[in-house]
Design a protein around this ligand. Sequence first.
Ligand code: FA5
Length: 350
Amino acid sequence: MEQELKKIQTHAREAIRNTADIDLLEQIRVKYVGRKGALTAILRRLKDLPLDGRKKIGDEANRLAQEIERLISEKHRELDATARETILQKERLDVTRPGARAERGHMHPVTKMLAEIERIFHSMGFETTDGPEVETDFYNFQALNMPPGHPARSMWDTFWLRQDEKQKTKDERNRLLLRTHISPVQVRYMETHNPPIRIIVPGRSYRYEATDASHDFQFEYIEGLVVDKNISVANFKAIMIDFFSRLFKKQVTVRLRPSYFPFTEPSFEIDVSCAICNGKGCSMCKRTGWLELAGAGMVHPNVFKAAGYNPKNVQGFAFGIGFSRLVSMRYNIPDIRLLNSGDLRFLKQF
Ligand code: FA5
């Protein structure tokens, strides 16, 4: 029996030393000192021994049981501490580390300027409205006094949309295109509203043309329309002077130059005295002292007719302000194509 105790002692010590798992420790305890364990079995057999042998072996067996329990609880504490340490290591949080700053976005310069323009027009009683960017030949050209084959159509290089056989129609009116200007909204709006009308229509238009620093194939411009019984060129000029003076935050002079648009008669280009050099001449106004900022005119009777109005009862003016160019002027941007580039290095400057 003494031999057996020695063996148990060696095996138990070794098993406890080598285990790295708390669950296994419990199995070791059961194996040696549990109810059916090896040591317990020896203690049960003590009664068969002579008295002096019984005492000696009994003492030794009890000491061994105590040693095994002690070794197990020491190992338990050790494994517990290691486990806690591993968790702490894993979940370590350095509260002194500087945080990652969440980046704040901001409005695009075009959006900012549009808000400013709208604020000025709204204060003068204008309403903002919009229309489709995919237009029909009818609204983009025909209703604006440009029937098929009209030479003035070539003033607007057009992106025509491919239509499949089912969509194609013999009627030229329904051919689809990307609107080349926002003037079609004049007709759309007049079809569904009665005068008096005072609207602005900010939006994007598309031209099938080569790009350069002041031309893009898509650009922002604002259409305006005022219709009532007695609207004159003088009203128009007053509104333009007020609008541009408030936009540039200084009193400007407005000059109307005769021009041609099929949907206005008379038509004019609007030049504004250069707000940068006060008309003295600089690189922005190409040394002329004037900035060419919009096309405009008195609405042509044929446009009123296309919208279902009687041209004898109404008159009004319309204008188109290319505001990609206004934005580039305001922020000194040398190339309007940057506005649609989506380049963050550019956009972050505003
Ligand atoms: C028109 O498109 C007319 N519909 C404007 C109008 C409205 C006239 C109402 C009369 C009555 P125009 O083709 O000039 O006009 O274009 C309007 C403005 O858009 C121009 O003054 C110019 O500032 C701007 N623009 C024209 N083409 C480009 C382009 N490729 N890139 C950027 N801006 C452009």
